[in-house]
Design a protein around this ligand. Structure first.
Ligand SMILES: [Zn+2]
Length: 97
């Protein structure tokens, strides 16, 4: 039975263990946007997995936000163009209070 002549220092031992966890990971390509993706994972660029939308990405949320803002602006403009009739009513209500 081989017996070590001297004790390995902590430094030598830790250097040996430092490479234990290293692993080369395979990189796949997203089918929808061709971005590099780790295999069996949802694409973080477009939120698709196996051709189905799974995640709401940051760009999706930005797009929804701009749409709601545009809708709000359109509503405000519609209210302003309706005329002064409604504004007069609100003025009367304010006078009653
Ligand atoms: Zn993608």
């Amino acid at each position: 039975m081989p017996v070590p002549k001297r004790k390995n220092s902590k430094s030598r031992r830790d250097k040996r263990h430092a490479n234990k966890g290293m692993d080369v990971k395979t990189v796949a390509v997203c089918q929808t946007c061709q971005a590099p993706v780790s295999s069996h994972q949802v694409c973080k660029q477009c939120g698709y997995y196996k051709g189905q939308k799974v995640l709401r990405t940051k760009t999706d949320r930005m797009h929804e936000r701009t749409q709601t803002r545009q809708a709000d602006v359109a509503k405000r403009e519609a209210i302003q163009t309706k005329g002064t009739a409604e504004s007069e009513k609100s003025d009367k209500k304010a006078d009653k209070k």
